[in-house]
Design a protein around this ligand. Structure first.
Ligand code: NDP
Length: 451
């Protein structure tokens, strides 16, 4: 048995069922890097693969907080500090009822290679809670965040571990978390990124992931000599931070993003989604997408219960470019078949691992350009890295400066990924290209450090 199979077998035996997404993520990476492991014996001699798949540490803690009825509520809190070979642990916090240690391990593992791809000095981590901010008052969210940070602050620091946002953690939550950290430690340092601008956040951090996704798609289309996005119909899933700014940048570049979705249904607006209205519904009112119809009666709204079996409604809409921006495994084999039948030319992942392995293989087999999340959505963490630089140097960069640096970062990542895929004989396989580039840098640092 070779080292890759041995490691996967060991993981299967040692992890409980909740770790399915973690196993899926590791399997994809190890299969991609196997030519490198075979050709460079240093990686086997230093047991890099076995060491990379085990987090440095996993912290789990109780978060008790008082709701508006003065009842005690209890949630689980987590931080998975996966690997800091390249820099301080870095990765978002997710607040969603589906959060468990397996999902956070998958996200933390992906984060190691994503952060490596940015070229910045950041290790990989992820954290969060099964707390659901949806339907909670601001006071409840604040009390939860205070209690969560009371424990988390013991393990983080601007040179140790720097969390950020993710699903369910936006500017409001980061504000409460940072306020609590400051209260406890009396330190005003860059311990979190995604902070509101007035207390040390970077301009363009909210937009960074979505804008970066579109910049990456633009670069890939150029590399592949395909038609640019101008005038093309695009489908986007999700209606959170990543989806909204993906839609906004698509519109800015003259594309026509016609869909968005949430956990209850999706909107199809042929004329193009009105992003200002979407921001109002999701960021200000925190309401259901159905509200979109009050302003645009001609748009269509389809509820989840009306989706065909094994289909996520939004992927039935014909498009040139698809952008899954909601959550993991939201684009199935059946969805991929529908997209291909309707003529899709490029799929760019905005969410983390939104495409199932079977769907990814089909896209690649059918010649659809497939841009994997760890490269395409790395713009968010790249601008988080820029926020850390600004905090450390007490400087503020302009929106235009950050935007130019983000565009350059996405260009560099796309070039490295495409070139590496070619060098390793898997031209046009950007999944393998991204995994090899990301892995190599981390692995070389781990060898240099010793154990
Ligand atoms: P948000 O919380 O802002 O938005 C998430 C969106 O996805 C919402 O529209 C939500 O709908 C929908 N959603 C969540 N879970 C499900 C589900 N199980 N089924 C259907 N829809 C669902 O999160 P973000 O936009 O920040 O994150 C989206 C994705 O992008 C995640 O995979 C995240 O890890 C990834 N990502 C985020 C980055 C960032 O900077 N924020 C950086 C890199 C990656 P509803 O409101 O109904 O729950």
């Amino acid at each position: 048995m070779n080292i890759i199979d041995e490691t996967l077998e060991h993981l299967k035996l040692s992890n409980c069922n909740t770790d399915g997404t973690f196993f899926q993520a590791v399997k994809e990476v190890l299969e991609s890097i196997s030519p490198l492991i075979e050709s460079d014996k240093r990686y086997q001699e230093n047991s890099i693969v076995k060491r990379l798949v085990v987090p440095d540490r996993q912290i789990q803690f109780q978060v008790s907080w008082l709701d508006d009825n003065n009842q005690i509520q209890v949630n689980n809190g987590y931080r998975v500090q996966f690997n800091n070979a390249l820099g301080p642990y870095k990765g978002g916090l997710r607040f969603h009822p589906s959060v468990n240690s397996g999902i956070l391990k998958f996200l933390g593992f992906e984060q190691i290679l994503k952060n490596s791809l940015t070229g910045l000095s950041m290790g990989g981590a992820k954290g969060g809670s099964d707390f659901d901010p949806k339907g909670k008052s601001d006071a409840e969210v604040m009390k939860f965040c205070r209690s969560f940070m009371m424990e988390l602050q013991k393990y983080i620091g601007d040179r140790t571990d720097v969390p950020a946002g993710d699903i369910g953690v936006g500017a409001r939550e980061i504000g409460y978390l940072f306020g609590t950290y400051k209260n406890i430690t009396s330190k005003y340092d860059g311990v979190l990124t995604g902070k509101p601008f007035f207390f040390g956040g970077s301009l363009m951090r909210p937009e960074a992931t979505g804008y970066g996704v579109v910049y990456f798609a633009k670069e890939m289309l150029e590399i592949e000599h395909k038609k640019p996005l101008l005038g093309q119909v695009c489908t986007v899933s999700g209606s959170g931070n990543v989806a909204i700014y993906t839609i906004e940048k698509l519109r800015d570049l003259g594309a026509i993003p016609v869909t968005c979705s949430d956990s209850k249904g999706f909107i199809y607006d042929k004329r193009g989604i009105n992003v200002e209205l979407l921001k109002e519904i999701k960021f200000q009112k925190r309401a259901s997408l159905e509200l979109y119809l009050e302003t645009y009666k001609s748009a269509e709204y389809v509820k989840v219960e009306d989706y065909a079996e094994d289909s996520h409604g939004v992927w039935n809409i014909p498009c040139y470019a698809a952008f899954p921006c909601a959550t993991q495994n939201e684009l199935s084999l059946n969805d991929a078949k529908n997209l291909i039948a309707n003529g899709v030319e490029i799929v760019t992942e905005g969410a983390n691992m939104p495409t199932t392995p079977e769907a990814t293989l089909l896209f690649q087999k059918e010649g659809v350009v497939f841009a994997p999340a760890k490269a395409a959505n790395a713009g968010g963490v790249a601008v988080s890295g820029f926020e850390m630089s600004q905090n450390a140097s007490m400087q503020r960069w302009t929106f235009e400066e950050v935007d130019l640096k983000l565009q350059e970062t996405m260009r560099q990542i796309s070039k490295k990924v495409a070139l590496t895929a070619k060098d390793y004989g898997v031209e046009r396989n950007y999944v393998d290209g991204a995994n090899i580039v990301g892995f190599k840098k981390v692995a070389d640092a781990m060898i240099a450090e010793g154990i």
